[in-house]
Ligand binder design. Structure first.
Ligand SMILES: [Zn+2]
Length: 921
């Protein structure tokens, strides 16, 4: 029998996710229990970067006493839900997790590289939180302590543990109706809050500029033509007036700008940062996509940004508040990551409009985001959801965009779609202008529980010229001065993200929220489920870079040595990079960068191998080359080695190539091919195929399908007609293990199930190569098995967390397509079907017993989200699925987790052997 998930959960409690992402501890425990022997095989020549497990100090943060909210407006639904959740969490002893790969050593090394003080910093921060929380438990009145640096009240934690919003339930139950709300189209007629001397209202207007590191222009083009002058403009504008503030997110741009500045400008910037006029938010290399990215890459982009800040500005400038206004949906993995890096709060914006409305209705737009597996809330992070349609100025001052747009002073005549132009603020009109804006602030305040309002002031690539910057800063300052002088209780000023969060956190009982925010819709039935698959080739290239980088780091490469490749991987995590939502020339630029990064990492590996002076390597001499490579950035990589090769296993567990077993983190000589299509030698698995088409019929069913669509583009999937792929001119070889058609090929390899995992599982790899060259077709594979999953469908989040969806026949199909960064699974009481993929794509379970996984999509038309083109630059793309059919299902009332076998198979698929051979012409 396979281990049921409950058993893995118990073992999983050995692992503290807060300390490490990938559980060496847990893995070892698993391995020991299943009797895995990891003695080095005799082919091992050398174990690079001997792993030394360092003891981890885990400081548990105490949470304050949960208090009941007097003003609780809990609906019955949520009360019941909460009870169910609490009950479930007590009954199921579980920490949940995780399939991420980074080892404690690597993590520790990276932290150490960034300076010993930074490691201590993390621990001290946690200790400080402990002290703060303890003091509030003891009854020290919150808010009286002052933060010595900021002068703000130390944030206290007021969680309402009785109020838990579970996104999985909400997604299943919400009507998703789309009534016209009036001026706030997706909301309702909001009434302003009362403000007077006894009921003051603080407003922070937060100037920002959203600078995509690649979208319509390449990263370089944007920097040269826009971003460079934006940062210069902002620094000048801030220097003019101490009351002005600005926040900056993308360190990729900032680092480049910094290189070009003289010492006096750098000193000025440091002063602005130090005095809180300028503030980094998140401070990642980019603002990463959260649907297609793996946690490993999300963390690298954060490390690259923070390392740059640490080395060039100083530890104190590293952000504590995260800002994510444009990624197309949000994952709990990101919340976990920010919390792990010491963030105190975060802000998100692209959440389904109906979810926003529901959260706003209950004043739940601010919550502690809790991991589904976290029993004690150790990883909670305070989260703010922006309420309206967009992050631009018309949709951030309050519910009425026709009013807010009048206060975007960059816009000239006719540039507000609501036909009311901005008017310059003067002493003559200030009273009328200020009160008009004030009304919007008071209405926005009605959606939140605190008496502080956050008002972003910016848009894409804003503050490009001094004229533009001055028009915003000057007009707003006149309004602020008027309001502060003439309206009792008004405190309006420019602010930063930390100004806002420091004011609101701890001032009200805050609900908890579990789950994630996919699939995003901005209007009507426009669901952003196309980008889960768009530019599949580049999504695959992203993982290729990730794999080789991971392997190099596991050999001992430091983040310093691998800085270049790490930054290219980081750049592509941008929400128009790995999402596949950039212009063709930008996609090609990203690909060139990643291709260069792969080559650079391979060069580092070869240098490392040559330095190692072992006999196996010296036999290859100077001609050693990586076996898997491509001739061009967007060409499929091929294997150009044959016969004897040098193999490197980046994992800690052994991996095999044909008859050779390579111990973890070791080199060995072996012979390729490592695998050939067909059954494992001596296998009892009966694999059957349709004799005509070659498609698999047993042990599970394989169908080649496509969506014929009439609309949709890089972002949106809009279903049309679903039809089987026309299998003309097919060649079926090896009974069906190999199928070749002109544009769609695949071969099948049965994988050996290591004996320690029992005999009740079948593992089969499907390797597809598709070349979609017909417009408005979306190609996918449907896998089917005799499983009654009752609409329950599980996917992963960033190769780290899991999400559970329930099919709704009353909802459009495009709303039920989800990101599959690495995994999709269905199960019933008896059986489970799990698909693991080498890269990200969309997935759905539209009929019981089936999982659809996209291979690629090609769209003729634009989908009106600003890109201005379709997706027609498809390349021949290879996708490998590892399909695992296991006996022993899962109770849908319990949290989903995967079996130890799936975990092992996942590791091996994501981190296969690196091969090096002697190149022969
Ligand atoms: Zn963006």
């Amino acid at each position: 029998m396979l281990r049921r998930s409950g058993e893995t959960d118990r073992k999983a409690t050995l692992f503290t996710p807060g300390s490490q992402r990938k559980s060496r501890l847990r893995r070892k425990a698993n391995d020991e229990e299943i009797g895995l022997v990891t003695t080095p095989s005799d082919v091992v020549e050398k174990t690079p970067s001997a792993s030394v497990s360092r003891p981890k100090k885990v400081v548990r943060r105490k949470t304050s006493n949960p208090t009941r909210s007097n003003e609780s407006i809990l609906s019955m639904t949520f009360a019941i839900l909460t009870l169910v959740c609490c009950f479930a969490s007590i009954m199921t002893v579980m920490l949940f997790l995780l399939m991420h790969i980074e080892t404690p050593d690597l993590q520790m090394k990276d932290l150490l590289y960034q300076g010993e003080h930074s490691l201590k910093g993390v621990l001290q921060r946690k200790e400080k939180q402990l002290v703060d929380a303890t003091q509030s438990l003891l009854g020290h009145s919150p808010g009286l302590q002052r933060d010595i640096h900021s002068g703000h009240a130390v944030q206290t934690i007021r969680k309402d543990e009785s109020n838990v919003i579970d996104m999985r339930e909400l997604n299943y139950q919400l009507p998703f109706s789309n009534e016209d709300g009036g001026v706030w189209k997706q909301g309702w007629d909001v009434q302003p809050v009362l403000v007077d001397a006894e009921h003051p209202l603080t407003v922070y207007v937060i100037p920002h500029s959203h600078c995509d590191p690649g979208w319509l222009k390449t990263f370089d083009q944007y920097f040269q033509s826009q971003t460079k002058s934006i940062i210069t403009t902002v620094v000048d504008a801030l220097a003019k007036d101490k009351r002005r503030k600005f926040i900056w997110a993308e360190i990729s741009y900032f680092a480049w700008w910094w290189e070009e500045q003289n010492e006096s400008t750098r000193q000025l910037v440091k002063r602005l940062l130090n005095e809180g006029q300028l503030e980094f938010v998140t401070g990642g290399w980019v603002q990463p996509d959260e649907a297609n990215s793996e946690l490993y890459a999300m963390e690298i982009q954060l490390q690259e940004g923070h390392t740059w800040i640490r080395e060039n500005i100083g530890e104190e400038a590293i952000p504590k508040y995260a800002w994510s206004i444009d990624p197309f949906g949000y994952s709990s993995s990101a919340a976990w990551l920010w919390q792990k890096y010491g963030f105190r709060a975060m802000l998100i914006q692209r959440v389904h409009y109906a979810i926003k409305k529901e959260l706003a209705r209950k004043k739940h737009l601010e919550f502690y985001w809790r991991q589904t597996w976290d029993e004690h809330g150790e990883h909670d992070i305070f989260t703010h959801v922006m309420p309206f349609f967009s992050y631009d100025i018309p949709h951030t001052c309050g519910p009425d965009p026709s009013v807010c747009c009048q206060f975007d002073f960059k816009r000239g005549r006719g540039q507000c779609p609501w036909r009311k132009d901005p008017i310059r603020v003067t002493t003559e009109n200030v009273a009328e202008r200020a009160m008009l804006l004030w009304d919007q602030y008071k209405k926005k305040a009605a959606l939140y529980r605190s008496n502080t309002v956050l008002v972003p002031l910016g848009d894409d690539f804003r503050y490009q010229t001094a004229k533009e910057a001055e028009s915003q800063y000057e007009n707003y300052q006149i309004i602020f001065d008027y309001l502060n002088k003439n309206v009792p209780g008004a405190h309006v000023q420019f602010g930063t993200l930390s100004d806002y969060f420091k004011d609101v956190m701890g001032t009200f009982d805050t609900p908890l929220l579990k789950g994630s925010f996919f699939t995003y819709a901005d209007v009507n039935e426009d669901y952003w489920s196309g980008y889960f698959t768009s530019r599949a080739f580049d999504k695959a290239l992203d993982r290729q870079l990730e794999r080789v980088l991971y392997a190099a780091e596991s050999m001992g490469g430091s983040s310093h040595e691998l800085r270049g490749p790490r930054r290219e991987l980081a750049l592509f995590q941008h929400h128009d990079g790995v999402t596949g939502t950039a212009k063709t020339k930008v996609v090609e630029d990203y690909a060139r960068r990643m291709f260069g990064a792969i080559n650079e990492t391979h060069e580092w590996m070869l240098a490392f191998i040559k330095k190692s002076q072992t006999t196996s390597v010296s036999r290859f001499g100077e001609t050693l080359k990586p076996c898997i490579s491509a001739s061009e950035a967007r060409d499929l990589s091929i294997n150009h080695c044959s016969g004897e090769v040098l193999l490197y296993n980046p994992l800690e567990s052994p991996q095999r190539c044909a008859d050779t077993t390579i111990a973890g983190r070791s080199f060995a000589l072996g012979f390729i091919p490592c695998e050939i299509p067909g059954n494992v030698a001596g296998s009892n698995t009966v694999i059957e195929f349709d004799p005509k088409t070659g498609l698999m019929t047993a042990p599970f069913k394989e169908q080649w399908m496509l969506w014929k669509v009439k609309s949709g583009g890089a972002y949106l999937f809009v279903p049309g007609t679903q039809i089987p792929y026309d299998m003309k001119n097919i060649t079926v070889e090896k009974e069906g293990f190999v199928i070749n058609t002109e544009k769609w090929k695949r071969f099948i390899v049965e994988k050996e199930v290591p004996s320690e995992y029992g005999t009740n599982a079948i593992v089969i790899d499907f390797v597809y190569e598709v070349s979609v060259d017909i417009d408005n077709e979306e190609w996918f594979v449907r896998f089917g098995a005799d499983i009654q999953n009752n609409g329950y469908f599980h996917t992963d989040l960033n190769g780290f967390n899991f999400d559970t969806h329930r099919f709704r026949s009353d909802m459009p199909i495009q709303s039920q397509v989800f990101p599959m960064p690495t995994l999709a699974s269905i199960d019933d009481d008896n059986m489970r079907l799990t698909i693991i993929s080498t890269h990200a794509q969309g997935t759905a379970s539209l009929e019981d017993g089936t999982i659809d996984v996209w291979l690629d999509r090609r769209l003729r038309q634009d989908d009106n989200r600003g890109l201005g083109q379709g997706v027609q630059d498809n390349r021949l793309t290879r996708t490998r699925f590892r399909v695992i059919l296991e006996s022993g299902g899962h109770d849908h009332a319990a949290e989903f987790d995967v079996s130890p076998l799936v975990r092992r198979m996942w590791d091996e698929l994501q981190h296969p052997l690196e091969m090096f051979g002697q190149v022969t012409s």
